[in-house]
Design a protein around this ligand. Sequence first.
Ligand SMILES: [Zn+2]
Length: 138
Amino acid sequence: MNWNKRLPGCVIYDDGGYDLALAKQSVGEGWHGILERLFSAKPDWVMVVQVKEKFGGLRFYTDDGTVRVDCIGLGSFTVPTEKGQFTEDQIAQSQAFRNLVQEAEDESFSVCEDCGAPGKRRSGGWIRTLCNQCHKKR
Ligand SMILES: [Zn+2]
């Protein structure tokens, strides 16, 4: 969709979503393997809208059927994507992928975000999941 072309003065957030390169820039190297697995299993029509670390765990958000649009003079609002056109098969595959994402997010709590070694959540000002070595470096 090209809302920005149809609506001059509007900015669409996450139109097109995250690709693997942008996702990798958003979290530590230790989780890049998890991201590669998710992107290779991702159905084409599922859009990744945000990837980040939160409370020591990977967060991998996929299209929830809306995108945020900011328009000069009109403010910010959300508009639906073309989700209504999906077939039953596609919806089932999307659901299966959501389960994979859930497993990957759970797994991230035991993988060092810096190096990929087995790790655990470390408390402190900023909760991170790290192995013993990377934890000592901080
Ligand atoms: Zn580590």
